[in-house]
Write a protein that binds this ligand. Structure first.
Ligand code: NDP
Length: 343
């Protein structure tokens, strides 16, 4: 099988004629000097054809096998509804393709573990589009923590309540078997953000969920508190129903606090302030397009046989945190997370 060496054109197949593929990922691939979109595959012929036409993609199909049989394709981007991530990733890995899968990596830990193990055995890259760790703002916050500027981290608060745009009010709000609900959509991002910033995995969680105006059969809001091995306390809030709030991250340490607003986003937006004995100051960060960074990093990881920004294991662990939040809210009992299955 031909593999990207960084100097070749990396040809992608998109599995899923989705909003995110059309809005961000096609242009993110094309922004690379060596990235090209060769296929789009959809469950519906008309949607595949229309997507291919709208985005000037050479080939379209309703057959995943047809795209995967194409030896010119090295990389696959999966952005279907969540329940299809596992079977599609397994098929792509089985065909020897490198895979960038949307979050949540799968529906449960068992599926995620199988995907990680299959990619390892096949010698292909499995990455997850936890794009926030590729944002300049998140990298800047992590650098502040790592540099010791905050002292010992006492607590971290994540605000990820949004107003779900009208055009996304479909399966997310009423289809649990497609992986709907705010926990699979946003808590999983928060989990990856906390793991990225603090470099440790939540040990246990307690949680509450609510249906506050949009969800039908799934939760549209969640709040949870996570116990970290270091002793830092984490609070995480996600919602689809909040029209006027702003996203944010606060990290409070013994020497300083970070206040970041507007940074849980798809665009490289927001602002960060550091507050300490010395006063309050703005922290600058790289405002490069986020999904472009994800693709650049993925293609470079494939070429160098190195780890991508968010590995399959990262995706599996963040999914396990989200599932634990779901179970804690459902049972009313603290959930301890055992990562043994994927380590
Ligand atoms: P969409 O609802 O736009 O697309 C999901 C699937 O629904 C598509 O694959 C497509 O199926 C089908 N579909 C698309 N448009 C229509 C339509 N008009 N009518 C009927 N069916 C349609 O989902 P999103 O793009 O919002 O999300 C896709 C995935 O990406 C999810 O896993 C989500 O969690 C993830 N995501 C990740 C983000 C990130 O920042 N990392 C941001 C947003 C989403 P088919 O393939 O058969 O055509």
């Amino acid at each position: 099988m031909e593999r990207s060496n960084g100097g070749q054109n990396v040809k992608w197949a998109l599995l899923g004629a989705s909003t995110i593929a059309g809005q961000y990922m096609v242009s993110a691939i094309r922004a690379q000097t060596d990235g090209a979109v060769r296929w789009v595959v959809s469950g519906k012929a008309e949607r595949a054809r229309a997507f291919a036409q709208a985005h000037r993609i050479e080939l379209w199909s309703t057959s995943v096998e047809e795209a995967l049989e194409d030896q010119a394709v090295q990389a696959v981007y999966i952005s279907t509804t969540n329940e299809k991530h596992y079977p599609l990733a397994m098929a792509a890995i089985g065909a020897g393709k490198h895979v960038l899968c949307e979050k949540p990596l799968a529906m449960d830990a068992a599926e995620a573990a199988e995907m990680v193990s299959a990619a390892r055995s096949a010698g292909v890259t499995l990455a997850v589009n936890h794009h926030l760790r590729s944002a300049g703002s998140h990298k800047a916050i992590r650098a502040l923590i790592t540099s010791g500027a905050l002292g010992r981290v006492l607590s971290l608060r994540l605000f990820h309540a949004v107003h779900l745009p009208e055009h996304l009010r479909g399966w997310r709000l009423d289809n649990p078997s497609a992986g709907g609900g705010v926990i699979m959509d946003l808590t999983v991002h928060n989990a990856d953000t906390v793991r990225f910033l603090l470099r440790e995995d939540p040990a246990s969680v307690i949680a509450e969920t609510a249906t506050s105006g949009m969800g039908a059969g799934v939760e549209d809001s969640a709040m949870s508190v996570w116990t970290m091995p270091s002793g830092a306390m984490v609070f995480s809030h996600e919602s689809f129903t909040h029209p006027f709030t702003e996203s944010g991250i606060e990290v409070h340490g013994t020497q300083a606090s970070v206040f970041a607003r507007g940074v849980m986003a798809q665009e490289p937006l927001g602002r960060i302030e550091l507050v300490s004995k010395q006063g309050r100051g703005e922290i600058s960060f790289d405002a490069a397009e986020i999904y472009g960074s994800v693709i650049e990093d993925f293609q470079s990881a494939v070429a160098r046989r190195a780890s991508p920004a968010a590995t399959g294991t990262d995706g599996a662990k963040s999914l396990m945190v989200a599932r634990a939040v779901h179970d804690a809210a459902r049972t009313g009992a603290r959930q301890t997370i055992n990562y043994g299955e994927i380590e």
